[in-house]
Design a binder for this molecule. Structure first.
Ligand SMILES: [Zn+2]
Length: 159
């Protein structure tokens, strides 16, 4: 996600919309591409560039409860201040990225990715009416071979 800041004039604000497919966030269990829509307002003021807006992302993943695939939606605010000198920081509530004075284009992929990962819910749950944990059929008394191996790990209860 690249932002061209060289065309923005001093004391000017521009509204930008990005539609991109981000690489999967495999480290958090999202194995499909992430469809991102970002609406950003970029304002330049001498050596500072403010970026504010919102991120709207969708990706296909597996529901943690019923194991069906569904579209996981992620929404997050986005705020970033680009500066050429850290000493001029005015506000601790916003993330700051230091850039060199002659920077023309800036890649926001990492910041956007971090922001979306922070907004991830603990549990990915679909909205299907019949979303529930699958019950193991009681008729099936055969033990799964994978569980059999674990049996020896726990001491047997003696009554
Ligand atoms: Zn579900």
């Amino acid at each position: 996600m690249k932002l061209n800041i060289s065309t923005i004039e001093d004391n000017q604000s521009v509204e930008l919309t990005f539609n991109e497919n981000l690489e999967p966030f495999e480290e958090v269990g999202l194995e499909n591409k992430i469809n991102l829509k970002a609406n950003l307002i970029v304002s330049k003021n001498s050596d500072k560039v403010w970026i504010k807006g919102n991120l709207d992302a969708t990706t296909k993943t597996c529901c943690h409860v019923c194991a069906e695939d569904f579209d996981l939606k992620l929404e997050s605010d986005f705020k970033l201040l680009l500066m050429t000198n850290e000493k001029n920081a005015v506000d601790d509530s916003v993330d700051v990225k230091i850039i060199s004075a002659d920077t023309k284009e800036i890649d926001l992929s990492k910041e956007v990715r971090d922001e979306l990962i922070t907004s991830l819910p603990y549990v990915f749950k679909c909205n299907r009416k019949d979303c529930k944990v699958l019950q193991v059929s009681e008729k099936n008394n055969e033990t799964d071979a994978r569980w059999e191996k674990l049996k020896g790990l726990f001491p047997k209860k003696e009554n």
